[in-house]
Write a protein that binds this ligand. Sequence first.
Ligand SMILES: Nc1ncnc2c1ncn2[C@@H]1O[C@H](COP(=O)(O)OP(=O)(O)OP(=O)(O)O)[C@@H](O)[C@H]1O
Ligand SMILES: [Mg+2]
Length: 279
Amino acid sequence: MSKVHIQQLSKVFGASSTNSVPALQGVDLMIEDGEFVTLVGASGCGKSTLLRILAGLEHHSSGSVICNGADIVGPSADRAMVFQHYSLYPWLNVMENIKFSRSLKANRDDITSADVEAASGRADALLDLIGLNKYVKAYPNQLSGGMQQRVAIARALMGKPAMLLMDEPFGALDAQTREVMHDLILHIHRIEKTTIVFVTHDVDEAIYLGQRVILMQPRPGRIHSIYPIPLPVRRDQEMKHSTEFRALKSEILARIRESSGMATDQDLLKKLNQTSEIA
Ligand SMILES: Nc1ncnc2c1ncn2[C@@H]1O[C@H](COP(=O)(O)OP(=O)(O)OP(=O)(O)O)[C@@H](O)[C@H]1O
Ligand SMILES: [Mg+2]
């Protein structure tokens, strides 16, 4: 059974006909249980909107979005989100940040000490997984960007979500830290078997991480094409230099350029250069 089934999804922002923005139109997509899909496309093509609809943070205008057989009508602990900007609570240390969503649930009357113990065990295991067990008591401002994002991922995983929704989570990190984070998230995906939907601007990142790359195009936001990635499930950084990888990257980049109107910008640039040569 498909984990997610999106049919003829559209989203229009703005109520009046003069200021309405068709952010998504006619989106059809199935995501399998445990799949890792990446979303790429020109700025404004609706990637974040699609992710927010999957998270239940945004309502769609028409069509249907079904997760595990039920309509998505709002946020759920089963669908956790990780944003680009490290969204840790500055007044809580690493362990407290990771356990935060659990402590909200702990206010329920039916919580048992076994639940609390299990939560602590999971928090410890996640800290080991992200390699920050020496930083349990550190506060976010004492951590690097990469470390903060690792804590944000651990916090998202704390409730054992079936789906992890990530919106350019490594966008603010330097290239080297990003590579480390890529291998970490692949490792997490293998161990936790979470379905991951990952939005990025970086085509290398999309191909390296995804089992399928979903290419979207703007005005209105829709799916342009879907590329199954012909790389072995277990990725390693060397694969980025393979012929298949590079060919796919050029193909996707060319399609993004075409659909974003950047080709026209390039023509304009050429014209400008010619004019300055004449002058
Ligand atoms: N709350 C909102 N109100 C009105 N318009 C919105 C709102 N959120 C998004 N939009 C519009 O919907 C379209 C899609 O936006 P979205 O943020 O989903 O794009 P994106 O693909 O994530 O872009 P980027 O790559 O720049 O993050 C854009 O035209 C944007 O201006
Ligand atoms: Mg976005």
